[in-house]
Write a protein of this length. Sequence first.
Length: 197
Amino acid sequence: MKVRRVDLGPEVVKLLVAQRPPMLWLDRIVGLALDGETPEIHGQRFLSANEPVFAGHFPGLGLMPGMLAMEGLAQCAEALATLLLLRGAGSTDDLLDDLRNLELGATFDPRYDRERDLAFRGRIQAREAERVPSVAGSAKAKFARPVFPGSRLDYVVRLGRRMDHLAHFDLEASVGRELVVHGSFSTARLDGRTWPA
């Protein structure tokens, strides 16, 4: 399955995940593969030296807590699940066009279609009750290298095995070409519904 390059910024991300700053650890979505057995999302987080966490972790040596990288990966997983829900039985191409239109609106691009935006936001609101409320059951992570201010974290999350209301995600985060965190987590939907396919 081929990952399609996309460029969806913070305003689109905020429509797909529940978290808000300072706990929003996903800045951009840059790749999506929604069709096939293993849906996948690629995201990014830019780490400024001005992040509040670096003031206390550690004074004199800014070091990103590894669990915040895991939080960013979990937010990517939430965005992926939301996108699968929004696509439903429809076309991935149509969903990507709707997302690109949202990005055009967020950047004041003259190609922005306001009517399409309103219709898509209506679909998002209509599906709000079906969003994927879930709880992580089992998480495994290996932290390979430290992450410092000024870095860009690149996330890759794959939705693997699904069985009824249970799902398993494989996770990777890297800086440049160096893997800094890899692992997995399993989660269960709290409402007992099956995961979107």
